[in-house]
Design a protein around this ligand. Structure first.
Ligand code: GLU
Length: 281
C-alpha cells in the first residue's frame, strides 16, 4: 500500500489573498486527493511585514472557498525556538558565518568586482565576511553590530559530498544545484530564521510528501534539497504549478487590491465561478 499524499498551502500574511492564492490552495487540495491530507501553514516569520488581520483573512477566505484543512495549523511565528535550534545545528557544523555587510557594502563590492555572478535572487554575495577570523567575529557580535548568518555554500556542498536529486512532477528528475544561491542568508541577528530555513524544516516536520507551489519558487527547491541533506530530513516530491494570470496576461499580485478574494466576494461573485478560474493552473 502506498502512503497517502500530504500537501500544504503556505501563504505569508503580508496582504490579502488573491485569485492566484486560491489557485495554489486548490491545487494542493486536489493533489492530496480524497485519501490524503491537506495542511495549511501560516508563514509569518517576517513580523515587520505580516499582520494579524491578514492571518484572520486567510482563514476566512479559504473557508469561503469551501476548502478544509487538517488542524493544527502551524503558524511559524509561534515556533521561533525550533528554527533557532536548526540554526544552531548548522552553526555547530561550521556551515554558517556572520556577515556584517550592509546592502550598500555588498553593492559597492559587487561594483568593484564587476560582472558578479547572478542567482535566482540577484547578484551573489561576494564573500566579503567569509574569512573574518573567530576573534574578530566574536568582538563585532559582542559590540552589538548587526549581522546576517550566511551559509558557506562551498563547505555545505562539500559536506554532503555527491550529487543530490529531487523529483519534480512537471520538470522530471532534477539534479540539485544549490550553488546558484551562493552564500545565501539563512538567518539574521534579530530573526533566527529565513524563508528557506523554516520552509525546509516545517515541510519535514509536518511530513509533507508533495510540495506544491508556484513555478516562481522552482529554483528555491535546489537550495531546500541541500538543506534537507545537511539536516537529515526526508525528501518530498515537488510539483511547481504554473501561475494563474489575469485577462491582461499578468500574474495576480498582493499589491493589486481589486483582485483580492475579499474584493471578489464583496462584488457578489459566486464561489463556483472563483473556483472555476482557480482550477486553471
Ligand atoms: N510563503 C510563501 C509565499 O507566500 C510560499 C512558500 C512555499 O510554498 O514554499 O510565497
Amino acid at each position: 500500500m502506498t502512503a497517502s499524499t500530504i500537501t500544504r498551502f503556505a501563504p505569508s500574511p503580508t496582504g490579502y489573498l488573491h485569485l492566484g492564492h486560491a489557485a495554489s490552495a486548490l491545487f494542493a487540495v486536489r493533489n492530496a486527493g480524497p485519501d490524503g491530507r491537506f495542511l495549511l501553514r501560516i508563514e509569518d516569520i517576517d513580523q515587520t511585514r505580516c499582520r494579524p488581520e491578514y492571518v484572520a483573512a486567510i482563514y476566512e477566505d479559504l473557508a469561503w472557498l469551501g476548502l478544509r484543512w487538517k488542524t493544527p495549523v502551524r503558524e511559524q511565528s509561534h515556533h521561533m525556538a525550533d528554527y533557532q535550534a536548526v540554526q544552531d545545528r548548522l552553526y555547530e557544523m561550521g556551515l554558517l558565518y556572520p556577515c556584517f555587510c550592509t546592502r550598500k557594502d555588498i553593492q559597492a563590492e559587487i561594483n568593484r568586482i564587476g560582472n558578479a555572478p547572478h542567482g535566482p535572487d540577484g547578484a551573489l554575495y561576494p564573500g566579503t565576511c567569509r574569512h573574518i577570523g573567530a576573534t574578530e567575529r566574536a568582538d563585532r557580535i559582542a559590540a552589538g553590530e548587526s549581522y546576517a548568518l550566511r551559509l558557506n555554500m562551498a563547505d555545505a556542498c562539500r559536506y554532503v559530498a555527491g550529487p543530490l536529486f529531487w523529483q519534480d512532477r512537471v520538470a522530471g528528475k532534477q539534479i540539485a544545484i544549490p550553488e546558484i544561491f551562493g552564500d545565501v542568508v539563512l538567518a539574521r541577528k534579530d530573526t533566527p530564521t529565513s524563508y528557506h530555513l523554516s520552509v525546509t524544516h516545517d515541510d519535514h516536520l509536518q511530513g509533507i510528501s508533495l510540495v506544491t507551489r508556484g513555478e516562481d519558487l522552482f529554483f528555491a527547491s535546489h537550495l531546500h534539497r541541500l538543506l534537507q541533506e545537511l539536516l537529515g530530513y526526508d525528501v518530498p516530491d515537488y510539483h511547481h504549478h504554473r501561475l494563474l494570470t489575469g485577462p491582461d496576461g499578468k500574474r495576480y499580485a498582493k499589491r493589486d487590491q481589486s483582485k483580492t478574494l475579499r474584493a471578489i466576494r464583496a462584488e457578489g461573485i459566486a464561489v463556483a465561478d472563483v473556483m472555476r478560474q482557480a482550477s486553471q493552473v
